[in-house]
Ligand binder design. Sequence first.
Ligand SMILES: Cc1cc2nc3c(=O)[nH]c(=O)nc-3n(C[C@H](O)[C@H](O)[C@H](O)COP(=O)(O)OP(=O)(O)OC[C@H]3O[C@@H](n4cnc5c(N)ncnc54)[C@H](O)[C@@H]3O)c2cc1C
Ligand code: FES
Length: 286
Amino acid sequence: MAREDFSDATYLLEVHHPMMAKAARPGQFVIVMSHEHGERIPLTIADYDREDGTITLVIQAVGKSTREMQQSCTVGTSLYGMVGPMGMPSPLGQASKVLCVGGGLGVAPIYPQARGFKENGAYVIAVIGFRTNSLVFWQEKFESCCDEVIVCTDDGSAGIEGRVTEGMKLAISRHADIDECVAIGPPVMMRGAAEVTRPYGIKTMVSLNPVMIDGTGMCGGCRVKVGDQVKFACVDGPDFDGHQVDFDDLMARLGRFSVEEKAAMKRWSESCRMAQQVPETGKPTE
Ligand SMILES: Cc1cc2nc3c(=O)[nH]c(=O)nc-3n(C[C@H](O)[C@H](O)[C@H](O)COP(=O)(O)OP(=O)(O)OC[C@H]3O[C@@H](n4cnc5c(N)ncnc54)[C@H](O)[C@@H]3O)c2cc1C
Ligand code: FES
């Protein structure tokens, strides 16, 4: 229904799917196949509009499938398949003052949680972090549903200079009574956020993104270690207690298909280049 490009790598797709929009809850995700032979990729439901019957996906083009979608998905495109909503909805609980922290692409999935906490009557402080001003997105959306919004950029070109952990420290120094924190972003950022709140004993939930295959708890691909337990992020999560997550294990497992991912990307780039070559007839080859 709509597409917006936030940067060279990050794009938003608004997808018409009334049943998904009706069923979606903050923190859930879908598994998408863009075409019949496409890979199944998990993507967080970054927003949903039950009246319009749409869900919003915000995608970072990092490899073959997400780049392929970046090229092929425009207004009017049909996705081949979408399963969901998957995962456990985020436990929005009874917190009265909440810190919602999103780093980079994590800014999109933290939005429905911030809105959900606000709807539950909490005082909501959002901390959203980007590398630089040109990558900032959804600031107004957060301002419309949060009591305070702290923007952080690595280079100081917007908001305060530094990572989201700096914004979190600022918020905690102003509010001694924050009772819950939710942090979403790259694993290293979520680990940093959990370390900021640990000394204060602030409950901190993070949303984990291990490699998923079936998304139904059958394959074990998305296994994560949380405290002394093994959990499957697709059915037990993706939200877990950040003070208990073994982030080293998560990061090691995220890299375990890197050889295959690079090979898939290379094959796909070469076939794209060949498709764009213009033969002597003047027409591009198929
Ligand atoms: C619950 C969940 C929610 C997610 N939400 C979003 C989102 O909203 N937006 C977004 O851009 N990305 C999201 N991701 C990550 C996204 O699924 C991967 O970036 C995507 O699958 C990469 O595929 P690729 O072929 O483009 O890249 P590849 O080159 O295949 O992989 C690049 C990296 O993405 C990760 N990845 C690869 N395949 C999978 C897979 N099947 N499942 C999970 N991670 C994978 C790995 O870390 C890998 O190193 C989410 C992942 C999970 C588990
Ligand atoms: S993706 Fe297979 S068990 Fe979670």
